[in-house]
Design a protein. Structure first.
Lengths: 116, 268
């Protein structure tokens, strides 16, 4: 019984946080963040300072020095977490998926994605 | 006796769930966990690291809850695209930086969402830990992603019906991670056809299983409609940062997948 209650509340704790937006209080804090960010070489856009436009830059790397810090390799534990239970109860990969309303048609999947 | 036990559990379950769900969109914000200065410093650390690697489009995640309460396999609670951009401020000043493309729950209605652009500082404002998960896509994929993000397809792939545990194989509900996955698939396959995207996700993407028992699935929607699992079958699986990272690694779609903390950069 206690286990049930605890697991229920834990689930709620976990899941209600997803995709939450900053509140007004956070937005105010964000203005501070942005003001401080502006002092850095890579300027941060700001909620507190109205942004007129933000245009994606496509020129890969041309204006950027490659000076990133070395990334340590210490295993794959974090990304692999949970993989032991992958597919458990999720069933086989479908050859065709039929989506319910408002998309009532069956569609065959394409080949696995590749950039080659 | 058994019935009494179930009813008691139901009462307790709703009692514990209801206050949490009622403040879900703003509870963390009402009590900021981290000092604003630390968050700002960290946000800049992340974006300077990404810029230094020449990354134009990156998938970044944050920890929005105490990791000790996160279930196995879920390390991050919010995911968004960061796009390196030329930013023009209202005062006419311009600068280079990352613009964050989010899907956020509406504060007034947690069962609905909006697409919202904000800044790296905003992104981490609600963080519980200074810890970011980063996926730098292959440069060829970055170009495809920019094409989608800057096109009407990006908004067209948004489904405002929000579920925390949205099934990525279904178009019934969507959360931030599923929208990220939908955009990723649109870029990979060069399509804005939602049915085709869902079919490809069903075939090639493995959701992160989430262990919920029947009573939890029963109680949760009573506390908040955003906790529905109505779009799932017998088992529940959802898109997460980790499951997207695994998908991209399995198909050679990413250049780097790593974690940034204030002290270290750690490859997953």
């Amino acid at each position: 019984m206690h286990r049930l209650i605890i697991s229920g509340s834990v689930t709620a704790l976990i899941l209600t946080s997803a995709c939450a937006s900053p509140s007004a209080q956070h937005a105010a804090a964000s203005a501070d963040h942005s003001a401080q960010a502006a002092g850095h070489s890579v300027a941060a856009g700001a909620t507190g300072v109205a942004t007129v436009s933000a245009v994606p830059v496509v020129a890969a790397g041309s204006v950027l020095a490659i000076t990133g810090a070395a990334i340590e390799s210490i295993g794959t534990a974090s990304v692999d977490a949970g993989t032991a239970v992958l597919n458990t109860g999720l069933g086989p990969t479908p050859q065709q998926i039929c989506l319910g309303p408002p998309m009532p048609h069956c569609v065959a999947p394409q080949a696995a994605p590749s950039l080659e | 006796m058994k019935l009494k036990c179930i009813l008691t559990a139901l009462a307790f379950g709703i009692a514990t769930l209801a206050p949490l769900s009622a403040t879900a969109g703003s509870s963390a914000a009402a009590n900021p966990v981290l000092p604003a200065a630390d968050v700002a410093t960290f946000a800049n650390r992340v974006q300077r690291d990404l810029a230094s690697r020449g990354a134009n489009v990156v998938i970044v995640s944050r920890v929005g809850r105490d990791p000790s309460v996160l279930p196995d396999g879920i390390n991050y609670t919010h995911v968004a695209f960061w796009v390196y951009s030329r930013i023009t401020q209202a005062d006419g000043s311009t600068g280079m930086g990352y613009r964050v493309y989010n899907l956020y729950q509406q504060e007034g209605d947690l069962t609905r969402s909006d697409l919202v652009q904000d800044t790296p500082g905003d992104f981490f404002a609600g963080a519980h830990n200074l810890d970011a998960g980063v996926i730098i896509p292959d440069p060829r994929l970055q170009r495809k992603l920019i094409d989608v993000i800057s096109s009407p397809t990006y908004a067209a792939l948004h489904n405002a019906n929000y579920s925390v545990l949205a099934n990525p194989r279904s178009g019934q509900f969507q959360n931030c991670t599923e929208h990220t996955l939908d955009v990723l698939m649109a870029a990979l396959y060069g399509t804005n056809d939602r049915q085709q995207i869902k079919a490809n996700i069903a075939a090639h993407f493995t959701p992160q299983p989430v262990a919920l028992n029947g009573l939890q699935r029963l109680f949760a929607p009573a506390a908040s409609g955003a906790l529905t699992t109505a779009d799932h079958g017998q088992s529940v699986g959802t898109a997460t940062f980790g499951s997207i990272a695994r998908f991209m690694q399995a198909h050679d779609l990413s250049d780097e997948t790593y974690r940034i903390t204030p002290e270290r950069l750690i490859r997953f």
